[in-house]
Design a protein around this ligand. Structure first.
Ligand code: ANZ
Ligand code: ZN
Length: 843
């Protein structure tokens, strides 16, 4: 053991970081015989602002887990990379008048430096960068495969347009009607766009969620986003004034065909009305005016103002297929053109929106479902409703649940669920499953992204760029600013190309891919990051995938995670991977709040700077504080005093470990107050290895391991603190226990632990030392009360470790000051021991 050194993080952290890097200590071995463990880190978007403290919060948790997993004998794949394309960098580049490529290089260099300063145990050989051709070549290849399978297509559609960023956004990128990036109010535009047909995978995306170890709330959010509705399509024939009866009909989508007898009017969306007008419907002026006015509003606007219902009658009548009743057709904007068929049958007695509308416009309301509380059977319903007249009132104003049918002719008395199927059958409707999920819009009218690898030829149509011509390089443009059209469209050199099919003149697609396409497959590239023949070697992907643990912000639940699951399923169908679900276990990072309790962000002026913290307190203290702040998945405010406490703790830990270490098997704690003990008793205590301290250490070994697995890092850190308090009071600790102490500290404060390990004379890296085992017996309740008697007379009672052996107990008694006094020099003739309760010395 060296002489005691002061704890100076500066002196040790850079040193170990350099060794870890130079010696490639964390290189993941593709051919290892150990069980694999793939930990995925959300690769950051390298913004100009540098690392946000929220990044190292998530990264520290994963690093602790990774180091722990290695110590548990796993071959860990743990990596870092850069999600480097995208709008913010481009916007920033425009602002400072620099090229986005140069800005990205600076930003990634800065991020790399910053994360390295935290000592995260990444395999840096596998670093990836989505904005480099060796990566995006495969993003383009992936897009072409999707295209070849009919899963990438161009279509004219209503899109979300951000007027500030001058580009289209995916539905998922619009938050409360505002651009996720810049907060501008989104406009709707009609544009030709590239889409990925994620809707083809809706059912599988739903089904796959079962059995994943994900937070329940995240599973629910994906389910809601996919939004499956089991319903039916029902056809109503129409009587349009001036047309032959029944020449036209309308289909409605309903989840409640059991309420068909309660349909008292039909509502069509303004979009559908517009279509009908376009094909020759001579709509009343009032309808035309209404349609025009509603279509000038966005769907979101319309949904937000559902409370004040508006609408106009069309003069058309619809025939209810169940009872041939003629009911009026209205047009109203609470019915959306983009959902279902854009038309509904309104059942005001059982649907809140329809009820509000019926009340406002004085349309009939007819109850047809009796709540189960009324009991089964027609007689009950009739009694409760005052007879089976069509106007029957069921006590509840608007019963939206299921129940028993009434006022529904031969279906009266039937259960809703059964009636759904029966009524659909009776009227010749079709069961239909509907999803809220829309196809994923992926083209962006901006510069800093992956060029879409498609060629538009006047003769051949759209032709993918041949594999051997990939990548389509993003050209360096003088003017990359958005100008209402994609910047690449302005570059003749880029755009003009010969058609790969006919050799004639053709044009490249001028748009770029949304960055969510880049990140939808990055976890696969880490398994084989340098492959220049293939997107990845399927054997390597098979070896490492699926991801065993993914720590990610909850805000990614419907964007990235859904897209990545879709792409994984697609690549599975292509035979490239053997699994369908890429992420087995998911944990979320609770938001890091500023000291003011608000989300930590530059705009709020409450950010703390990781560089400064590491410089002042060291990486270990910063890491440990991030873990100590509060439950990992909760949002916790930063407390600048908190890190001081951790710094003090680490100093004490260091001093304890250093000061008390020696080559001897049993070491003595120099700060232990021995004045109260006799020399003999002191020796005894040491021989017991500081029984109480030892037991607590073993409990802590178990607790820290369990806590790491359960992501309860804060309670693990508290356990260390409690343990240290006890150790400082204890006379000593056996060498192997001291080693165990350093080992369990390692995942949390790896620089400090590795330095101490080294100082103890070890040459090895702690990451490959086995995680210490604990003695089950020591976990049992800790202390017992041991009574000492001399000739049956109680002389003393002491606390002793529950694991105490008979010999140890007898020994302890014979060295007890009061016992010794009572024996008055006599020697014992017999020592009676009652297990863990009593020692009686007979003289
Ligand atoms: C009749 C009915 C009776 C309905 C009843 C509900 C309750 P989810 O579950 O979200 O899929 N609907 C259908 N298309 C619509 C559109 N384009 N715009 C607005 N509303 C639409 O909702 C399905 C229900 O929403 C459908 O079932 C339909 O109203 C309405 F007691 O049909 B229902
Ligand atoms: Zn051609």
């Amino acid at each position: 053991m060296d002489t005691m050194a002061n704890y100076e993080p500066k002196n040790i952290e850079e040193k170990w970081q350099k060794k870890w890097l130079d010696e490639k200590v964390f290189k993941a071995d593709d051919n290892s015989k150990k069980p694999k463990y793939y930990q995925l880190e959300t690769f950051p978007y390298p913004s100009a602002a540098g690392l946000h403290m929220g990044h190292p919060k998530g990264y520290t948790a994963e690093d602790i887990h990774a180091r722990y997993s290695r110590m548990r004998g796993k071959e860990v794949l743990y990596t870092m990379g850069w999600d480097a394309f995208g709008l913010p960098t481009e916007n920033y580049a425009i602002k400072i008048g620099k090229n986005p490529k140069a800005v990205t290089k600076e930003n990634t260099d800065n991020f790399r430096r910053q994360v390295r300063a935290f000592g995260f145990s990444y395999d840096w050989e596998r670093e990836i960068n989505t904005s480099l051709p060796d990566y995006y070549r495969w993003t383009q290849w992936l897009f072409i495969q999707l295209y070849k399978k009919g899963l990438a297509y161009q279509a004219q559609s209503k899109v979300n347009w951000c007027p500030k960023d001058q580009t289209v956004l995916a539905n998922e990128q619009v938050i409360d009607g505002k651009c996720e990036r810049c907060g501008s109010a989104i406009e709707e535009r009609d544009m030709t766009q590239w889409f990925l047909r994620i809707t083809d995978y809706a059912e599988r995306l739903l089904g796959g969620l079962a059995g994943l170890d994900w937070p329940a709330a995240s599973v629910k959010r994906q389910e809601d986003w996919i939004g499956k509705s089991d319903g039916a399509l029902l056809k109503f024939s129409l009587k349009v004034p001036g047309q032959k009866d029944g020449a036209y009909s309308v289909d409605v989508f309903t989840t409640r065909p059991d309420t068909l007898f309660g349909a008292t009017f039909i509502v069509i969306s303004p979009e559908l009305a517009k279509k009908w007008i376009a094909v020759g419907w001579a709509a009343p002026e009032e309808v035309k005016k209404y349609v025009k006015a509603s279509l000038s509003k966005t769907e979101r606007d319309r949904m937000e103002h559902v409370d004040d219902k508006t609408g106009v009658p069309t003069g058309i009548l619809a025939v209810n297929p169940a009872n041939q009743e003629e009911i009026p057709v209205w047009v109203a904007d609470y019915v959306l053109g983009s959902y279902g068929t854009g038309a509904i049958m309104a059942v005001p007695a059982h649907d809140e929106r329809d009820l509000a509308f019926a009340k406002k416009f004085n349309l009939p309301i007819r109850a047809v479902i009796a709540p189960p509380s009324l009991g089964r059977g027609l007689s009950n319903i009739s009694a409760a409703t005052g007879g089976a007249s069509p106007e029957l009132r069921i006590e509840t104003d608007c019963w939206t649940g299921s129940g028993v049918l009434a006022n529904s002719q031969k279906f009266d008395g039937m259960d809703s669920e059964k009636a759904k199927r029966e009524i659909v059958k009776a009227v010749g409707g079709a069961m239909k499953t509907h999803y809220k999920l829309r196809d994923w819009s992926v083209s962006r009218q901006r510069y800093w992204g992956v060029p879409i690898p498609m060629i538009h030829c006047g003769k051949c149509g759209t032709v993918p760029v041949p594999d051997d011509a990939l990548p389509v390089l993003l050209p360096d443009l003088e003017n990359y600013r958005p100008q209402g059209m994609p910047p690449l469209a302005g570059s003749k050199e880029f755009i003009n190309v010969t058609c790969p099919q006919c050799g004639g003149g053709a044009e490249r697609d001028p748009e770029t891919l949304d960055t969510f396409v880049d990140s939808s497959w990055y976890f696969l590239r880490y398994t084989d990051p340098h492959n220049d023949k293939q997107i990845f070697d399927p054997a390597k992907a098979k070896h490492w995938m699926p991801v065993d643990l993914y720590v990610i912000g909850a805000e990614h639940t419907v964007l990235h995670l859904l897209y990545a699951r879709f792409i994984a399923k697609f690549l599975h169908d292509e035979g490239l991977i053997g699994f369908q679900e890429p992420f087995l276990k998911l944990r979320h990072i609770g938001l890091l709040l500023g000291a003011d309790g608000q989300k930590m962000s530059k705009s709020k002026g409450n950010v703390v700077n990781p560089d400064e913290l590491v410089a002042e307190f060291g990486a270990d203290a910063t890491r440990m504080y991030l873990m100590f702040m509060g439950p990992f998945e909760d949002g916790t405010p930063w407390d600048s005093k908190g890190i001081l406490g951790i710094e003090r703790f680490l100093k004490r830990f260091w001093n304890y470990a250093y000061g008390a270490m020696a080559a001897a098997q049993v070491t003595v704690n120099p700060r232990f107050d021995r004045s109260a003990l006799s020399a003999a008793e002191f020796q005894k205590q040491i021989a017991l290895g500081g029984a109480k301290a030892k037991a607590l250490l073993h409990k802590t070994i178990k607790k820290v391991g369990d806590d790491i697995e359960a992501f309860k890092f804060n309670t693990a850190v508290s356990a260390f603190m409690i343990l240290l308090n006890e150790l400082e009071k204890a006379p000593g600790l056996a060498m192997e226990d001291r080693e165990a102490l350093i080992k369990i500290m390692h995942p949390f404060a790896p620089h400090l632990a590795q330095e101490l390990w080294n100082a103890m004379g070890h040459e090895t890296y702690l990451d490959f030392e086995p995680w210490p085992s604990y003695d089950e017996a020591l976990l049992q309740e800790k202390t017992i009360k041991l009574v000492f008697q001399v000739n049956g007379k109680v002389r003393d009672a002491v606390e002793a470790d529950a694991s105490i052996s008979e010999d140890q107990a007898k020994d302890l008694a014979l060295h007890n000051a009061k016992v010794v006094r009572a024996m008055a020099g006599a020697s014992p003739t017999k020592i009676i021991y009652v297990d863990k309760k009593l020692v009686n010395v007979v003289i």
